[in-house]
Design a binder for this molecule. Structure first.
Ligand SMILES: CC(C)(COP(=O)(O)OP(=O)(O)OC[C@H]1O[C@@H](n2cnc3c(N)ncnc32)[C@H](O)[C@@H]1OP(=O)(O)O)[C@@H](O)C(=O)NCCC(=O)NCCS
Length: 335
C-alpha cells in the first residue's frame, strides 16, 4: 500500500470585494447582523465580464498548485473536481480542467458533495494513490455562488453567507513513509436533503414548469437553508468526525498542530475550536474575508495557511467539513 501527500497547493479568488455594507444596499441587512451571526466581513463575487466561472477559477488555482508541486501538467493522471455550482448542468467541470490544462485524455471526475466536496475529493484521490493506480491526482474545489443567490431581502439569510473562489491541491505518491495523508473519514445522512438544498431546475421540475408556476416564495432555483438545524448538526458532526479520525490513528486532540475547518460560519469554527481546546494559532479561519465558499473553502484556507508559513513539516493537520446532504468528513494529515 502506498501513501499520498499534498505536493502543491493553489487558490484563486475574484478581485471584486463585496462588503456587508454593499449587501445592505441590495437587501435589508446590516454589517452588525452579518458579523455577529457569521463573522463574515466581506466576500468575493465574480463580476460580469471579468472572465471568471467555476471552471476558470478552478483552472487558475490548479495551475498554481501544479507549479508549486513542481511537476509537469502531463504528470497529472486524474482530475477530481468538487463543486455545487458547475458551469454546465452536464458535463461536470472536470473535463473543462482537462481541456484547459491541455492534458491528453486524462480522466476527470466530478464530486457533488457541496461543503464536504473537497474532503470527499481528497479521499477519492487518496484511494487511487494508495492502491498504486495513479501517482499524481489533481483535486479542485471551486464555486460561483454569486451567480445563483437571491440578492433580495427574501434570500438574505442565505445570500450574505456565500462567496466565490477556488482552491486546488496536487496529491502525489509519498516517498517518505512518515508523512502524508493518514486517513480520511466520510459520512452522509440523506434524511436532511431538503434542509440545505437547491431543488431546481432539475429533472424533477424543469425550466418550463418553473416559469409556468412563477413562484414568488420558496423559489426552487435559489438555495434553501434551515440555518438553525444546519448549525446544530454541524457542531455535532464536525466534532464526531474529527474524533473518529484522531482515534483511527491513535492520536489525541492535543496532537493537532493545525485545524482547517470548512469555513461554514465563524461561530461554528469557534465552537469546535473550544470543544477541541485548541489555541488560536492552531486553527486557521478566513471566512471573514471570503465568506463560505463551499467546496473551495478548505483548499483556500489550507493554501493561505501554508503560504503564511503556519504549516510545517511534521505537523499534524486536520481538515473537517460539514454541509448539504447532509454530508461530512475529515482528513488527517502528517505534513
Ligand atoms: C444562517 C444563520 C447565520 C442565521 O442565524 P440565526 O441566528 O439562526 O437567525 P434566524 O434564521 O433565526 O433569524 C433571526 C432573525 O434574523 C433575520 N435575518 C435573517 N437573515 C438576516 C440578514 N442577513 N440580515 C438581517 N436579518 C436577518 C430573520 O429574518 C429573523 O428575523 P425575525 O426574528 O424577525 O424573524 C445561522 O443559522 C447559521 O449560521 N446557520 C448555519 C449556516 C451554515 O453554516 N450554512 C452553511 C453550511 S455548510
Amino acid at each position: 500500500m502506498f501513501k499520498s501527500k499534498i505536493l502543491g497547493l493553489g487558490k484563486y479568488v475574484p478581485e471584486n470585494v463585496v462588503t456587508n455594507d454593499d449587501l445592505s444596499k441590495m437587501m435589508d441587512t446590516s454589517d452588525e447582523w452579518i458579523q455577529e451571526r457569521t463573522g463574515i466581513q466581506e466576500r468575493r463575487h465574480i463580476k460580469k465580464g471579468d472572465g471568471n466561472s467555476t471552471a476558470i477559477m478552478g483552472l487558475k488555482a490548479a495551475k498554481q498548485a501544479i507549479e508549486r508541486a513542481n511537476i509537469n501538467k502531463d504528470d497529472i493522471e486524474l482530475i477530481v473536481f468538487a463543486t455545487l455550482s458547475p458551469d454546465y448542468y452536464f458535463p461536470g467541470c472536470g473535463v473543462q480542467i482537462q481541456e484547459g490544462l491541455g492534458i491528453k485524455t486524462c480522466p476527470a471526475l466530478d464530486v457533488r458533495n457541496q461543503c464536504s466536496g473537497f474532503v470527499y475529493g481528497i479521499s477519492v484521490a487518496d484511494q487511487y494513490i494508495k492502491t498504486g493506480m495513479y501517482k499524481n491526482v489533481l483535486v479542485i474545489g471551486s464555486e460561483n455562488h454569486s451567480g445563483g443567490l437571491d440578492m433580495t431581502t427574501r434570500g438574505r439569510h442565505v445570500s450574505v453567507i456565500f462567496g466565490d473562489g477556488a482552491g486546488a491541491a496536487v496529491l502525489s505518491r509519498s516517498d517518505d513513509d512518515s508523512s502524508g495523508i493518514l486517513s480520511t473519514h466520510l459520512h452522509s445522512q440523506g434524511e436532511y436533503i431538503d434542509e440545505l438544498s437547491l431543488r431546481g431546475p432539475s429533472t424533477e421540475k424543469w425550466v418550463p414548469e418553473i416559469i409556468a408556476e412563477d413562484p414568488q416564495e420558496d423559489i426552487p432555483y435559489y438555495p434553501k437553508m434551515n440555518g438553525q438545524l444546519v448549525f446544530k448538526n454541524a457542531v455535532v458532526r464536525f466534532s464526531e468526525v474529527i474524533h473518529e479520525g484522531l482515534a483511527h490513528n491513535q492520536l489525541k486532540k492535543e496532537d493537532i498542530d493545525m485545524f482547517i475547518p470548512h469555513q461554514a460560519n465563524l461561530r461554528i469554527s469557534q465552537f469546535i475550536q473550544s470543544k477541541l481546546g485548541l489555541s488560536d494559532d492552531k486553527v486557521y479561519n478566513n471566512i471573514q474575508k471570503y465568506g463560505n465558499t463551499t467546496a473551495a473553502s478548505i483548499p483556500i484556507a489550507l493554501t493561505e495557511a501554508w503560504e503564511k508559513g503556519k504549516i510545517k513539516k511534521g505537523d499534524l493537520v486536520v481538515l473537517a467539513a460539514f454541509g448539504s446532504g447532509f454530508t461530512w468528513g475529515s482528513t488527517i494529515i502528517r505534513w
